[in-house]
Design a protein around this ligand. Structure first.
Ligand code: SAH
Ligand code: DHB
Ligand code: MG
Length: 222
């Protein structure tokens, strides 16, 4: 049982539960046309982000890693009227493609795309008094996941949800001999979660069209 089956099931679930959507499909096509990597969350995963954001009533969302704006649109559509989403993207060309798709999705007012490496942008976000964020989606450069988590935690409230993508990477998370910096960072991140008294967390393995990977889900305690 392998990738073919996972892809077929993703397509089956997508066809019934995340059917074609003008703005989301256009965002993917715009990314493709501009030569952006096709590494956005899958449709079922995008819908999971959307459902989680709605379930907790998130009105303030932070995203690390915009790419073409696909996950941004899923999350932005979960916002109540007046809700806001800030998404951070290092690559100015990606940010421009994303901003156009986000505007075309009718989310130009609610969503702000900030351009530049996230670690450089965070002090400005802080200076702007941004947050607390009800939901943070961490999906940028994987080597900095632990740093983005630490910042997100400091800018959360009781009950906030923090989600990190790509923490499993074909099972490499648990291969202690794998010293790739992006993998080692996922282990450091988990070691932090294990001892962090301010959160409760779990990690779920996923398969699908994007292969074998997983999410961490973290709830900030009361
Ligand atoms: N969340 C998107 C996918 C993001 S892919 C989706 O699911 O639709 C990861 C993105 O992080 C890429 O666009 C990449 O350019 C961006 N990125 C890489 N390093 C970064 C950094 N230091 N700061 C902010 N974004 C970064
Ligand atoms: C990559 C990044 C992602 O956010 C993802 O979900 C899959 C792959 C990557 O950089 O290869
Ligand atoms: Mg990802």
């Amino acid at each position: 049982m392998a990738h073919e089956t996972w892809t077929a099931v993703d397509e089956y679930v997508t066809s019934l539960l995340a059917p074609p959507d003008v703005a989301l499909d256009a965002a993917v096509r715009a990314g493709e046309a501009a030569g952006l990597p096709q590494i956005q969350v899958s449709p079922p995963q995008g819908k999971l982000l959307h459902l989680l954001a709605k379930t907790i009533g998130a009105s303030s969302i932070l995203e690390f890693g915009t790419l073409a704006g696909y996950s941004t649109i899923w999350l932005g559509r979960a916002l109540p009227p007046g809700g806001r989403l800030i998404t951070l993207e290092a690559n100015p060309e990606y940010a421009e493609v994303a901003a156009a798709s986000i505007a075309a999705a009718g989310l130009g007012e609610a969503v702000e795309v900030r351009v530049g490496p996230a670690l450089v942008q965070l002090p400005q976000l802080e200076a702007d008094g941004a947050g607390p964020f009800d939901l943070t989606f961490i999906d940028a450069d994987k080597v900095h996941t632990p740093d983005y988590f630490t910042w997100a935690l400091e800018h959360s409230r009781s009950g906030s949800l923090i989600i990190a993508d790509n923490v499993i990477r074909d099972g490499r998370l648990a291969d202690l001999d794998d010293d790739d910096p992006a993998i080692a960072a996922q282990r450091r991140f988990h070691e932090h979660l294990a001892v962090e008294p301010r959160v409760e967390a779990t990690t779920i393995q996923t398969v699908g069209g994007k292969g074998y990977d997983g999410f961490s889900l973290i709830r900030v305690l009361d």
